[in-house]
Design a protein around this ligand. Structure first.
Ligand code: NHV
Length: 855
């Protein structure tokens, strides 16, 4: 097991083997690497952690893969073998330590590792970290470490050749679907939003640890029970002793809350040679609970475990632990089967999105990018993220941020959209991968559930594989499914992470496309998009839990400009098509746009209206899902982010720019939401609350206003009481009695929810017609700019309605306090734009667009 290694300082005292023991010393081995293409012996500097693609790009041996159609020019890399080497020095003092452990936290994928001429490791799974004892092969002075990567596609060709059929992995962009044979991130072989970059490399850190006596191979803090009075905890440690004889030691476990006093328990142990399992129970009085985003603070305690031998701490591990209960309520009921998360005993409506890897080359993702993404998630009032099964088990940093931000994680195992082999070699790899990742992630408060795979049951039953393969192969696929997802993985979860919920697939019922499936468990509703169903169909095609639904858009122009030149600015140009991996995508966007908008002629306007369309359409779904709680208890849209600049279903583009969808998600996921909706001939207003307290004496003001700002009529509902964690309808009125047919195209309804004090707690604007039917005025938006270092404040006004105002600045990843909003007649709106690259002096180039300007 690879674990976070906490290195101590090298003790100055001289050591006698087996007598004086010192703290562990960890050398990071991420420096001074060279790489070469096998067979060339031409060595160049390399970055570790990294990938061969990054190194080749750095040395200008590959063009920027994201630009134009360069994707075609980089494909040769996957067919080659690559070598990496470095050397490092070891002192006699370190050599005298009792143990030396070489750790690769991630090797992608088929690597032979040589240390001083000795083959110390052969890896075959990108998702596993490897630790090898290397004391016997280390030398005083210079040591040579070399890693030979076999081409991940060439190595498995004999498997494909002898397999007799091509696996149905249609997202793999090669004719031969080799991806299924290798435990390597599926999306890197291509996806319907993904560039193909089948890389090799030392993709996570390398280190060498010298230690005496023992290492802590694993440290788990089990939460046995949790009440307001006390948390009953069990510290479970795997301590591996390198001594040949029994060792007297102490295990010290402790916790503290936010830098407060430490509570410690010490236990005498006799360490036997080899593995020792140590269990120390602990009671933590009056626990402060970890709460999800929107419900309070995600409190984390600092826990540590140490092995102390003759007053020297020879090994230590730390965790930040959140105390909470999470369960998935998955029970048969009248409508079918429930599926919802209960956190600290309270049903939680899950709001969030599906996450894909943030980069085509994973080591490119910096801590800052992880932090920014979690800020985006938190600010949009999300409380859940699904790590989807076509990517990777994420870095520790990801789960730490989920813990710190109160974001529950739905964790898939990495299998998606195809059947897989299930021979003994493959099963053994999967078992190692499950063991490694369950142990790595199980201490995280945010980890809410494990899921076996993405859409493989749906694929098996409904994607036509029955006709594509012989009956023998098709039956074998089902048997393989059971071995992997109904036997191996649940057994591993139950053995290593017993309390956590496991489901074999998402969706798990998959009575695909049939309404009766929507009463059972989680659903992926692709009726919108693939089925060309209207966004309004989301009002009635209601799942118990929506774990995927989505709609595509182009990224905004400044992102398009990073990979295309102005002559490529046509929907179907070669370059744009290279960045649209869904063959039906462009036509579907147009079909939906024609329903609700006047389709613009200019490319830039089409891109803009497409963003507006995606945001408003998806929002319709979020509101329907929330409104229909407790029948429906969650909405996770497809998809949160991108792995390169591309046309996709994402709400945030590769450069971190929020699309209209992300602003709409933020609005629709607000803890308190006013939700007007047309039902037949009447208008209903619902109030939705995810808050944990009842709100009393509320007033709902409704004003009908025309596009020039003239008040037509107003109405108020007073003394409203809104219970905690609920959805309720507070108003129903026939449209005919509210306004004339003509007014529907010229007016909007402004709704405001106020507390008794007059304090506004929510506001909303409702339009009675699709945008294309509105008589939008040719509004002119005027604005003032106040520029500072790091930020810029815009004050916008318009005397007439300006719809879906989009402010653009030429800074990638600039943050807007708001964007893609309706500027109401006579309203003054302040928007803050922030970015480290904004400075007071340089003039910021701001452009502002609204819908009426596109036709
Ligand atoms: O196509 C968008 C996304 C994918 O990127 C991703 O794999 O799990 N998508 C679509 C579907 N699932 C997912 C549903 N797929 C289909 C449904 C019906 C017909 C064809 C495909 C994600």
């Amino acid at each position: 097991m690879v674990k976070r290694i906490i290195g101590g300082l090298l003790c100055c005292c001289s050591m006698v083997y087996g007598q004086n023991r010192s703290e562990a010393v960890t050398l990071t081995l991420n420096d001074h690497w060279l790489f070469s293409q096998a067979g060339t012996e031409k060595w160049l500097s390399a970055k570790v952690p990294g990938t061969v693609h990054q190194d080749l790009i750095h040395h200008q041996l590959l063009p920027d893969p994201f630009y134009g159609v360069n994707e075609e020019k980089i494909q040769w890399v996957e067919n080659e073998d690559w070598q990496y080497k470095t050397s490092f020095t070891v002192s006699e003092e370190l050599l005298n330590r009792e143990g030396a452990l070489l750790t690769f936290e991630g090797l992608d994928t088929y690597a032979d590792v040589y240390l001083n001429g000795s083959l110390v490791l052969k890896s075959d799974n990108m998702f596993v970290g490897y630790s090898v004892p290397v004391k016997s092969v280390l030398r005083k002075g210079e040591n040579r470490l070399q890693v030979y990567f076999h081409s991940p596609v060439k190595l498995v060709m004999p498997q494909q050749a002898s397999n007799g059929f091509n696996y149905p992995a249609d997202n793999d962009h090669h004719k031969e679907h080799l991806s299924v044979f290798t435990r390597k991130a599926p999306y890197s072989y291509g996806w319907d939003w993904g560039i193909r970059m089948v890389t090799s490399g030392i993709w996570r850190p390398v280190s060498l640890r010298f230690y005496d006596v023992a290492t802590i191979d694993d440290y788990q803090v089990k939460q046995l029970s949790l009440t307001d009075e006390a948390a009953q905890l069990l510290h479970e440690l795997e301590v591996k002793s390198v001594s040949a004889q029994e060792e007297q030691a102490e295990v010290v476990v402790s916790y503290s809350l936010e830098g407060g006093a430490k509570t410690t328990i010490r236990q005498e142990v006799r360490l036997q040679p080899g593995m020792n399992r140590i269990r120390i129970p602990m009671e933590l009085p009056h626990p402060v609970r970890w709460m999800p985003n929107g419900w309070g603070k995600p409190t984390l305690y600092d826990f540590s475990a140490q092995v102390v031998c003759k007053d020297v701490t020879v090994a230590e591990q730390r965790h930040r632990i959140g105390l909470r209960t999470i369960s998935v309520v998955n029970e048969k009921d009248k409508a079918g089967e429930s599926f919802y998360f209960e956190v600290n005993g309270i049903p939680m409506f899950a709001k969030g999105a599906n996450y894909i890897p943030q980069d085509a080359l994973l080591p490119n993702v910096t801590t800052e990018r992880y932090e920014t993404l979690f800020r985006d998630v938190r600010e949009a009032h999300m409380n859940m993220i699904r790590v989807w099964g076509g990517g990777t088990y994420e870095d520790d940093r990801f789960y730490e941020l989920a813990d710190e931000n109160g974001i529950l994680v739905w964790q898939d195992f990495m299998f998606a959209c195809t059947s897989y082999p299930s021979d003994p070699t493959f099963l053994k790899r999967v078992e190692e991968e499950a063991t490694y990742n369950i142990k790595r992630l199980r201490n995280h408060a945010s980890l809410a559930m494990w899921c076996g795979n993405n859409e493989i049951l749906e694929g098996l039953k409904y994607w036509g594989w029955e006709k594509k393969f012989t009956p023998e192969v098709y039956q074998e696929m089902f048997r393989g499914y059971d071995r992997l997802f109904n036997e191996l993985l649940p057994a591993k979860v139950s053995e290593l992470d017993g309390d956590r919920f496991y489901k074999h697939s998402s969706p798990y019922f998959a009575n695909w496309g049939r309404p009766d499936s929507w009463g059972v468990g989680d659903s992926h509703n692709w009726g919108v998009w693939y089925g060309k169903k209207t966004f309004e169909s989301l009002d009635t095609d209601l799942p118990r839990f929506m774990s995927e639904f989505g709609f595509q858009s182009f990224p905004e122009m400044k992102t398009i400009a990073t990979f295309a030149a102005p002559e490529d600015y046509q929907i179907e140009s070669k370059v744009m098509n290279g960045h649209q991996k869904s063959s039906i995508g462009n036509a579907l966007i147009r079909t939906y746009m024609e329903r609700d908008y006047i389709v613009p002629e200019k490319f830039e306007d089409f891109v803009y209206i497409g963003l507006v369309l995606q945001g408003r359409g998806m929002r319709h779904g979020f509101e329907a899902h929330r409104r229909n709680r407790p029948y429906c208890m969650g909405t996770l849209y497809w998809q949160l982010n991108d792995s390169w600049p591309v046309v996709s279903w994402s709400s945030i583009d590769y450069y971190g720019n929020w699309k209209a969808l992300h602003y709409q998600a933020k609005r629709a996921f607000a803890p308190l939401l006013i939700n007007p909706v047309q039902q037949g001939d009447s208008l209903q207003v619902h109030l939705l609350s995810d808050e944990l307290k009842t709100l009393d004496a509320l007033t709902l003001d409704m004003r009908l206003i025309d596009f020039n700002g003239k008040l037509i009529k107003k109405e108020s509902i007073k003394f409203l009481s809104l219970p905690a964690n609920t959805s309720m309808c507070v108003y129903r009125q026939s449209l005919a009695s509210l306004l004339t047919t003509e007014q529907r195209a010229n007016c909007f309804l402004s709704l405001t929810l106020k507390e008794k004090s007059g304090h506004k707690v929510a506001e909303e604007v409702y339009f009675f017609e699709p945008t294309k039917n509105l008589n939008l005025p040719q509004a002119s938006v005027s604005y003032k700019v106040k520029q500072r270092n790091g930020s810029c404040e815009l004050t916008l006004t318009s005397s007439q309605l300006a719809k879906d105002v989009f402010i653009q600045v030429p800074i990638q990843g600039a943050r807007f306090s708001d964007n893609f909003f309706d500027l109401l007649p006579g309203e003054t709106k302040k928007v803050t734009i922030s970015s480290p690259s904004l400075n007071k002096e340089g003039k910021l180039d701001i452009t502002i667009k609204h819908v009426r300007e596109t036709y």
